[in-house]
Design a protein around this ligand. Structure first.
Ligand code: IVH
Length: 661
């Protein structure tokens, strides 16, 4: 009994010291004292394991190693927020809410650049930590979450509660970690967010423990359970339970308050010990939030204002030209590699001759680079003041860099084209496009393999793909083509013959026809023969098809009669196979099993919904089952699903998914 008491006492002292140090940033005991208590506790727990608790502070150092991450369904989906980039968009957001008849106050919070997590407590004890995942289903990261020192293992009140927040790595920790990695010749971690994400996905919690992760808690999914009426109250409430809540969060009355907060956040950004990438603006009143509700993807009561993209300087080493599948020539910037928002940038598109001339770029210039929409790198401008005089003028090429045929620029068009139908690069790009995911979706035939098979002479055009089987033995003589790999490719090519018409139309690569327009054409004309017979007038009657596209379509078919006839003979399906299944992030591609009865819904309704969204409804539970839908009076499938650790949706969940549709 005495020992149990001492363990309790030590736990309390250590937890308190931890809280003061990591949450309040206000140490109350020395490191030596802390270590002494911790060692005593460790020894007692070793000797008397029956008293060692799951939430003991000794667990902070890690030790648990898991085999895989289990999937956990979030009771309340973990949504992300719509991004906005300007004052105008913030004003629009405010106005929209006012127009709905509200006079809102807002809470402004820093947008921490880490990854969000959900933390569950039972009777005040931390029991579960989950990543956001796709927002509906995340991964169990409890073993690693327990090593985050600012996250309480035991709350100040014995509540059963879920809170959400950001798991992040401080700038200082990242710098130290990278120094260590440099010494060990390991690749450096690009930014705090990637570092935090990589650390939390460690199977071995000892590794995660060494990464010194931290948290800021900002969201209470079930505030009504605690009588909480505003976001600001919920922040204070979570803080009172022992969570680390950002002291810079601020309640503001109106748009001016929001703008002032953003201005200050921008000024403070550099000095903050952690990375932020913007400001989150939330309607304070929770009843108002509830009434504003959600769009398909986001809450209507909050937005994320993102700071303008970071720009970096680098050298424009060269401008090279690539040939697209239509023969279009694109100038590309070859850059001295630089790291920008977490990735190394080596290339950026320069679109066309006019674009380069307008920007006045010269080879050898120092240029600033940013990521457009945070993804695609773009050259912003040349730093004229950094010129040395050695820069080389940009000159558009006059001949195709691949086949050397003269390039052609059509009237009123900014782009140059290689019109040589035998240009190898054009043909390779056309083949790559034909097999790509949104077109014929031939898996296993990656860009490099297509290029190689082309260069080896095995496929020169689209019909050749369907003759590949006859050349199997010859291909196998080349290095890198195992029998299994090749068979897989050939099988996938064969299967692609059954694709619905829109994939073929898109795959043919008609100028200006994207996958959406291809679908429109397939749905309207139903067969390829109908489409190829269509006149300009027929085509222009379709919404979204203008004169230019109509001309592109008719001239494509006039010039490619032989190709289409060939494909027909080869047995490619040329019919539209009905409405494409709707994609649903939680259903498409997944296998479901239903057990028991679901109130208000028949099994057939659920099955139909699953199948219409590209999922499979099967009868028995196996390792391959993705989700068990659990109704009243379930059968043995339930037990089996639990044994196999298969995620389970209750009735409320499936109804919600079907209703939200
Ligand atoms: S609120 C419905 N608050 O930014 C509530 N998110 O695009 C959704 N984030 O996925 C989250 N700081 O990972 C919220 N103070 C903050 C945040 C924050 C960072 C992240 C979070 C979320 C994303 C929103």
């Amino acid at each position: 009994m005495k020992i149990e008491k001492r363990i309790e006492e030590l736990t309390k002292i250590i937890n308190e010291a931890n809280y003061n140090y990591y949450v309040l940033d206000n140490p109350t005991i020395t490191d030596q004292e802390f270590d002494k208590y911790l060692r005593e506790l460790e020894e007692l727990e070793k000797k008397y394991p029956e008293y060692a608790k799951e939430t003991s502070p000794t667990k902070r150092v890690g030790g648990q190693v898991i085999q895989k991450f289990n999937k956990i369904t979030h009771q309340v989906p973990m949504l992300s927020l719509p991004d906005v980039f300007s004052e105008e968009e913030i004003r629009d957001f405010d106005e929209r809410i006012r127009k709905s008849g509200y006079n809102p106050e807002y809470v402004c919070e820093l947008k921490i650049d880490g990854l969000s997590g959900s933390f569950h407590y039972d009777d005040g004890n931390l029991t579960l930590g989950v990543t956001r995942g796709d927002g509906q289903v995340g991964e169990d990261i409890t073993h690693n979450v327990k090593t985050i020192k600012s996250l309480p293992l035991v709350l100040k009140k014995d509540l059963s509660i879920e809170v959400r927040g950001e798991i992040y790595m401080s700038k200082e920790t990242l710098a130290k970690l990278n120094k260590q990695r440099e010494k060990n010749n390991e690749p450096l971690l690009q930014n705090c967010r990637n570092a935090a994400a990589g650390s939390i996905r460690q199977l071995d919690s000892k590794v995660a423990a060494q990464r010194n992760l931290d948290t800021w808690i900002y969201h209470l999914p079930n505030p009504e359970d605690y009588g909480i009426k505003t976001q600001y109250e919920s922040l204070n409430f979570m803080q009172s339970l022992g969570f680390k809540v950002n002291p810079l969060n601020r309640l503001v009355k109106d748009i001016d308050g929001i703008l002032a907060f953003i201005k200050e956040a921008k000024e403070k950004r550099r000095e903050l010990p952690y990375d932020i990438d913007g400001v989150v603006i939330k309607v304070n009143d929770l009843q108002m939030q509830k009434e504003l509700g959600f769009t398909a993807k986001y809450p209507r009561w909050a937005i994320a204002y993102k700071f303008p993209a970071k720009e970096v300087l680098t050298k424009l080493k060269n401008i090279i030209f690539t040939v697209g599948r239509t023969g279009q020539i694109t100038p590309n910037a070859v850059l001295e590699p630089v790291i920008l928002s977490g990735s190394t940038i080596r290339r950026a598109t320069l679109h066309n001759e006019d674009y380069v001339i307008k920007k006045g770029l010269k080879i050898g210039d120092i240029v600033s680079i940013r990521k457009a929409g945070d993804v695609i790198p773009e050259v912003v401008e040349a730093k004229i003041e950094r010129r040395t005089g050695k820069e080389i003028e940009f000159k558009m090429i006059k001949n195709c860099p691949m086949c050397h045929e003269p390039l052609v620029k059509k009237e009123g068009n900014v782009d140059y084209f290689c019109l040589n139908p035998l240009c190898p690069k054009r043909n390779i790009e056309a083949l790559i496009h034909f097999v790509s995911r949104d077109a014929m979706n031939i898996e296993g035939l990656g860009d490099e393999i297509v290029e190689e098979l082309y260069n080896l002479g095995f496929i020169k055009n689209i019909p050749d793909l369907y003759h590949l089987e006859a050349k199997k033995e010859q291909i196998l003589e080349f290095d890198g083509y195992g029998e299994k790999k090749l068979k897989n490719i050939i099988d996938n090519i064969k299967n692609s013959k059954n694709n619905s018409l829109e994939r073929l139309i898109f795959g043919l690569g008609i100028n200006g026809i994207g996958s959406k327009t291809a679908k429109l054409l397939a749905a309207n004309f139903e067969t390829l023969d109908n489409l190829r017979k269509a006149s300009l007038e027929d085509l222009e009657q379709i919404k979204d098809i203008g004169h230019t596209l109509a001309v592109n379509i008719t001239s494509f078919f006039a010039n490619n009669e032989e190709l289409i006839n060939n494909l027909k003979e080869l047995g490619l399906n040329m019919n539209y196979l009905g409405p494409k299944k709707k994609v649903h992030p939680l259903i498409t591609g997944k296998k479901f099993v239903i057990t028991g009865t679901i109130l208000d819904l028949t099994r057939d309704e659920i099955k139909e919904f699953i199948e219409n969204h590209g999922g499979v409804a099967s009868e028995s539970v196996s390792k391959k089952t993705d989700v068990l839908i659990l109704g009243e009076n379930p059968g043995s499938k339930y037990q089996k699903a639990i044994e196999l650790n298969i995620p389970i949706w209750n009735q409320a969940k499936i109804k919600e998914v079907m209703e939200k549709e």
